[in-house]
Ligand binder design. Structure first.
Ligand SMILES: *[C@@H]1O[C@H](CO)[C@@H](O)[C@H](O)[C@H]1NC(C)=O
Ligand SMILES: *[C@@H]1O[C@H](CO)[C@@H](O)[C@H](O)[C@H]1NC(C)=O
Length: 482
């Protein structure tokens, strides 16, 4: 509770002082617990720590760190009943995920023990407290999967779990993790549920903004994307005259004029626009994009197309009336150049494993015009905040390595439920149009976005969403009864 209220207070102070605000690309996902959980049931969730090798692959390295996990045994049936592990990704673990959501329901239905593990280098699970590039070398998925294997091995030493079957559930990057874990350590888990996993690494990820465009089109209609496209086109034309520039700066609420000769500053400005649209889509519930498009059609955000885009950004980013955006590449670099943060750790993983860079498409979308959002832009961050050697060729090799060892879009994995949302931009890097194999079905839910099957049932859910959640629960129950 304390960090949240501190956050609110500092946000309030910032809004009073009109302090500049910084925006980050939606590269890192911060999975928020299901909103319907009851805070009062937090008494069922406990936190603990396990001593973990820092390097699972070098027996000569005996260093360890403390990995955090949470658990809830309220439904546990006793010896041999199943264990459900929610696998943490690039965020802090939080008790709410063991108090509601689809895995919670599975545990309830199968008298299971619930655990939530924290990923190394995130939250409080810190092999090092200072994230120099040197200290980040043990941050990779191979080590994180080995952490999970080691965790399950230690867990099974307790007699009550010796005969328990283990189910893993993960969303976003953690969906990759559970799928890859089942592939690499099939003897340690009977099955996994992978929600919205972008299992193919890709440096130049144009598909992301293509899905964002398509989501606004399919939900809000052709007129909506036409307005957005016009607003962006007008913004770019405005950059050509002094008068246009002043209009742009006021419409977008910039703290000071942009450096119109700096392609990286312009990349960050292009990000302010595209990342806001991306955020709306990635978090969309049925109806969210329709109401945004209704606001574009009426004059809620502004009158001209450019004003509409600028107003939409201010409103959806909760910009205070006298707040402003600080748009310079250095501001962005500072976010990732922190001594230690989840954002820095995840950016490191994008530079050394996945890419995932949400670049301007080249297929006629509203976002094609934002050409400053290039691979060069994102890779420059890798070079400047980690190591000059992290250039484009380095990234291509790094991503090839991950795709080679895990199989890219052709993983060979049993007992995995592979769930995607049709308007989730991340599905473009997953398998969404065919089953992984017999016994590992794919369920792609229309109109759903990122990881929403992980939540509990909501009145706004579509029938297809409810069906997907039920199908996952039925299949998991069948693995447990085999
Ligand atoms: C990041 O921080 C280090 C250490 O404080 C500093 O030397 C370096 O110049 C910073 N890099 C950027 C890109 O700001
Ligand atoms: C999947 O299960 C089948 C049937 O039990 C088995 O023959 C096969 O080896 C398994 N594949 C993997 C990759 O574990």
């Amino acid at each position: 509770m304390l960090p949240i209220s501190l956050y609110i207070i500092s946000a309030l102070i910032a809004s009073v002082l009109g302090e500049p605000r910084v925006i980050e690309p939606p590269l890192r996902v911060d999975l928020q617990p299901p909103p319907e959980y009851q805070r009062s049931s937090a008494r069922n969730v406990f936190q603990s720590w396990i001593t973990m090798p820092i390097d699972h692959f070098d027996p000569q390295n005996q260093n360890t760190y403390q990995m955090r996990f949470m658990f809830n045994e309220q439904f546990f049936g006793g010896d041999g009943y199943p264990v459900f592990i929610l696998v943490g990704g690039e965020w802090d673990i939080a008790p709410g995920w063991l108090m509601a959501g689809n895995m919670f329901t599975m545990a309830q239905e199968n008298r299971g023990y619930q655990i939530y593990t924290e990923h190394r280098y995130y939250g409080q699970s810190l092999p090092y407290t200072v994230f120099t590039t040197e200290n980040l070398r043990f941050l990779n998925v191979d080590q994180a999967l080995a952490d999970l294997a080691y965790f399950i091995k230690e867990l099974k030493k307790q007699p009550r779990f010796a005969n328990s079957k283990v189910i893993l559930y993960g969303g976003s990057y953690a969906a990759n993790m559970v799928l890859w874990f089942k592939q690499r350590y099939p003897h340690l888990a009977v099955g996994t549920v992978a929600s919205s996993g972008p299992i193919l690494g890709e440096v130049d990820f144009t598909g992301y903004l293509e899905v964002v465009h398509e989501a606004f089109r399919s939900e809000g209609g052709e007129q909506c994307v036409t307005t957005i496209k016009q607003g962006i086109a007008d913004t770019i034309s405005a950059m050509e005259t002094e008068e246009g520039r002043r209009t742009l700066e006021s419409v977008y609420r910039l703290c000071r004029p942009l450096d119109y000769d700096n392609k990286y500053d312009l990349g960050y400005f292009a990000g302010l626009i595209s990342w806001t649209f991306s955020g709306s889509v990635q978090r969309a519930r049925p109806g969210t994009l329709i109401s945004i498009c209704n606001n574009f059609a009426s004059n809620v955000y502004g009158v001209t197309p450019m004003e509409k885009v600028g107003g939409y950004i201010a409103i959806s980013q909760n910009m205070s009336p006298n707040g402003c955006w600080s748009i310079s590449f250095d501001t962005l670099l500072n976010v990732y150049n922190a001594t230690r943060s989840n954002s820095r750790a995840w950016y490191y993983q994008t530079c050394t494993e996945y890419g995932y860079y949400q670049t301007a498409p080249r297929s006629g979308t509203a976002f094609d015009q934002l050409t400053w959002l290039s691979v060069d832009f994102y890779v420059e961050v890798c070079k400047r905040v980690f190591d000059q050697r992290f250039d484009e060729a380095f990234l291509d090799d790094a991503v090839d390595r991950v795709n080679l060892i895990f199989g890219g879009l052709e993983p060979n994995v049993n007992n995995t439920i592979n769930i995607h949302g049709a308007i989730d931009p991340w599905h473009a890097l997953g398998v969404y149009d065919r089953d992984l194999k017999e016994g590992s079905p794919t369920i792609t839910v229309p109109r759903a976005s990122h990881c929403f099957d992980m939540q509990g049932w909501l009145t706004t859910d579509t029938i297809q969403m409810t069906n997907a959640q039920q199908t996952a629960r039925r299949l998991v129950a069948s693995w447990l009864s085999e």
